[in-house]
Design a protein around this ligand. Structure first.
Ligand code: G3P
Ligand code: MG
Length: 250
């Protein structure tokens, strides 16, 4: 039901490095993390880039948008200086760079498909195709523990991912679990529900588990809270506090 790691570094290296950068992956690895969540959005020329916000202004300076800028120009932006001077000129990564790094270091990936508005299906299909092609050997080997897990808040993006690469597992991201969650998850042929731990309760967790789904939470930064949700049957979660909650946390 959940063949994947239990503790996952959020946005690369949590709060110890600029989010969604290779420096973040290095920080995670330095803390022993071989499991990472990050966000992928399409550039203007249709290339998957590791970015959370659709607009500039927070992790990269200036005005503009990911969907309105070519990949090469995005890759030239400074996505690290906002976090600290030692990270200045850390680029916006190509998704393929993240794949290469994670494969080389044997890091499990939870790839959050984060489409800009209006680009849902294109983003879901692109991420699914590239991921499937990059993990062809693992998919052929047939061990689900070696598969990356795609997730998204966008039903449309996940439906497009399902159609483009049905063999890749999908997790449906829901901030609050709606009453028809199972019907939606069935349509997406999802293997897991990913949800905000703040809105979860033991009864809901038990229902999701009893229905046969994996249950993953974001973003859990307090060890006591982490223990509590794990006691409800939650299979895994991502954390920003990779310094407080290690990969072997129980
Ligand atoms: O994938 C879980 C979590 O990352 C969802 O929220 O905004 O941090 O991408 P966000
Ligand atoms: Mg995310």
């Amino acid at each position: 039901m959940w063949p994947y790691p239990k503790i996952v570094a959020h946005r690369g290296g949590g709060k110890l490095a600029p989010e969604n950068t290779l420096a973040g992956l290095r920080a995670g690895l330095a803390y022993g993390f071989r499991a990472v969540e990050f966000d992928v959005m399409l550039s203007r020329d249709g290339i998957g880039m590791v970015m959370h916000d659709p607009e500039f202004g927070r992790t990269v300076a200036g005005h503009g948008s990911v969907a309105g800028t070519d990949a090469s120009a995005l890759a030239a932006l400074d996505a690290g200086g906002w976090f600290g001077p030692q990270f200045r000129d850390e680029p916006v990564p190509y998704y393929t760079q993240f794949i290469d790094y994670c494969k080389a270091q044997r890091i499990w990936m939870n790839v959050e498909i984060k489409p800009a508005d209006g680009h849902e299906a294109a983003t879901g299909a692109w991420v699914a195709r590239i991921t499937r092609d990059s993990y062809a050997d693992e998919l052929r080997a047939g061990d689900p523990a070696g598969y990356p897990l795609l997730s998204s808040f966008s039903f449309e993006a996940l439906a497009a991912a399902r159609d483009a690469a049905p063999e890749l597992p999908r997790g449906y991201l829901l901030d609050q679990i709606p009453v028809d969650w199972q019907q939606q998850a069935e349509q997406l042929q999802a293997v897991a529900i990913h949800t905000n731990h703040k809105h979860l309760n033991p009864e809901l967790a038990a229902r999701i588990k009893a229905a046969g789904y994996g249950l993953f939470c974001y973003t859990v930064n307090d060890p006591q809270r982490a223990r509590e949700i794990l006691s409800w049957g939650v299979d895994g979660f991502c954390t920003d506090r990779i310094d407080l909650i290690g990969p072997a946390f129980v």
